[in-house]
Design a protein around this ligand. Structure first.
Ligand code: NAP
Length: 521
């Protein structure tokens, strides 16, 4: 890749922003990968192109035809996924990390293509439910229809999933007939841009369906309003800033936020050392700490353990962490790559210092790690770090998200105490309960459900097929209340519905039938 400015894909052409741009460094070597700038690009023209060309082209396709286009785009990406793996390595991702992002994204798009074909009508509108009679004589009724808004989908993504983030938002928007403008996060924008390039070169999507802004988007929110959908993933602080924009507060653009989250995993009191559930808990915790070097919004940050098992769990996790080999993606034996950049490492170290002020670091040194195949100071490498906080009343473990290979062990005494502690995360994307005690599991799931978008129950019987704590599934809701952003993505066709406009149509039954013919879901 050349180090000149990363282009944006706007109005059907690749265009470079002006100025020096923001340099993006290779996470492993520190070398400059590219510069990111949107200076001077005509974003108003891009929005107009989406609303004109993109909306019209998608409007000519039925849900089934859009599903076909989506599938073709996903297959084009699959064909060239090696290119995306190679670029992901420059962002610190091992092959398996890259697969989580790249194959996870492609798989999500493929699932959506199937859901669109099988669950939506071969039509451009959806007639929901059955007509509701509204008069005694049967001459007047009502029915809800879902139609495509006259707007766009703006997606703003976090750095950690440049491909999955792009595809999990593109899929429902595309099915709904909304053209997309993607604004990837600067540190990994070159990966998202390459994914867009592959899709563009495949010619699988109608013109105007997908545009990309590499860099900031000044003034773009001023162009958005009630017909538009904004899908945001990133930090709670940025979500708060964007959701207070007049585009949202005055003009009612839809705003869906997926923000950060202090996800928990709970070990049941039945899961004593030697029980499969004890091992599953320790394995899952280490997986969540090390996959993508812990840069996952769903990673386990708070590991709740019965107080009497804290020492044993700590030992089991430490023993597993001792086997982790940190280093350059692809280097011999490496099992955990780098953080996305040195600034991110500095952020994580600062967060770990805050967490450590409430307890102790029981594994790892935030300032020292043996690195295989790379220079540990030039690259953004960090040891996995396990903390233990015995004083669970301290705010830090429930408030500080260290967005790296970091997790904290916390003791609990009984279910009531546990549920109080879980709730102190103030809303999470994912939680898990590792136990085979049905009563305990039920109490925890029902007690914690209101604070979670998704809860995984793990035991010896389901482990072999389990998709794991940290993996959002396209069929299931991804999102969480409160601090996690209050949004909802995926969840099968729910995400498509969320991009459409629901209108109650009232009239005579024959009129309603004529309007909705062939559009039954
Ligand atoms: P971030 O700094 O909040 O940035 C997120 C996105 O917002 C980036 O694309 C960023 O662009 C953009 N942005 C920032 N300010 C903006 C503005 N004024 N107008 C328009 N866009 C703006 O978050 P991040 O560091 O990339 O991601 C890490 C965070 O995301 C973590 O806290 C993590 O928990 C969270 N996350 C959540 C999920 C989820 O599904 N809930 C998934 C992944 C990550 P620039 O990069 O160009 O500034």
């Amino acid at each position: 890749m050349s180090t000149e400015t990363l282009p944006s894909y706007l109005e059907g052409a690749w265009r470079r922003g002006g100025g020096a741009g923001t340099p993006v460094a290779d996470a492993v070597t520190g070398a400059t990968v590219t510069h990111v700038s949107s200076e001077g690009l005509d974003l108003a023209a891009a929005v107009a192109y989406a609303r004109g060309t993109g909306l019209a082209a998608l409007g000519e396709l039925t849900f089934h035809q859009r599903a076909e286009a989506l599938k073709a785009a996903a297959l084009a990406l699959r064909e060239r996924r090696q290119e995306l793996y190679d670029l992901s390595a420059r962002a610190g991702a091992t092959r398996s990390d890259a697969q989580v992002d790249v194959d996870g994204g492609i798989g999500t798009a493929v699932v959506y293509a199937r859901l669109g074909r099988e669950g939506l009508p071969d039509h451009t509108l959806i007639a929901e439910d059955d007509p509701v009679p509204l008069g005694k004589a049967g001459t007047f009724a009502g029915r809800h229809v879902l139609t495509t808004p006259r707007g766009i989908s703006l997606q703003i993504n976090a750095f950690n999933f440049p491909v999955w983030g792009l595809l999990e938002k593109l899929a429902p928007a595309l099915l709904a007939g909304l053209p997309t403008i993607v604004k990837p996060a600067t540190p990994t924008a070159y990966i998202a841009a390459h994914a867009v390039r592959i899709v563009e070169e495949s010619g699988t999507l109608p013109p105007g369906t997908l545009q990309l802004v590499s860099g900031s988007i000044p003034g773009l929110f001023d162009l958005l309003g009630g017909q538009d959908h904004i899908g945001f993933t990133g930090s709670a602080a940025t979500a708060a800033r964007l959701r207070s924009d007049p585009a949202v507060t005055r003009r009612s653009a839809r705003f869906n936020a997926e923000a950060d989250s202090l996800n928990c995993s709970v070990l049941g009191p039945d899961a004593l050392p030697g029980q499969p559930e004890f091992e599953l808990f320790a394995d899952a915790l280490v997986t969540e700490m090390t996959v993508k070097a812990g840069q996952k919004c769903t990673a386990i940050r708070r590991a709740f353990v019965p107080a009497n098992l804290l020492g044993a769990v700590s030992e089991a996790v430490e023993a597993r962490l001792a086997k982790v080999v940190v280093g350059a993606p692809g280097a011999d034996g490496v099992t955990m790559g780098a953080l996305v950049g040195l600034a991110q490492r500095a952020d994580v170290r600062a967060a770990v210092a805050r967490l450590a002020s409430a307890g102790t670091i029981v594994y790892g040194d935030p300032h020292q790690v043996e690195v295989a195949g790379a220079d540990g100071e030039r690259g953004a490498f960090l040891s996995p770090l396990l903390l233990r906080v015995d004083d669970v009343a301290r705010p830090e473990p429930h408030e500080v998200e260290a967005f790296g290979p970091v997790s904290t062990l916390l003791p609990y005494h009984g279910v009531t105490d546990l549920l109080d502690l879980v709730a102190r995360g103030e809303g999470s994307l994912a939680g898990s309960v590792v136990s085979r005690d049905g009563d305990f599991v039920r109490e925890v799931v029902l007690g914690a459900a209101a604070h979670h978008g998704r809860i995984l129950v793990l035991d010896r019987d389901s482990a072999a097929e389990s998709t794991g704590h940290g993996t959002p599934m396209p069929q299931l809701v991804h999102g969480g209340p409160g601090r996690a952003g209050g949004g909802e993505e995926e969840g099968g066709l729910r995400a498509v519905h969320a991009h459409l406009r629901r209108t109650a149509v009232q009239g005579g039954p024959a009129v309603l039938d004529a309007i909705t013919a062939g559009a039954d879901e």
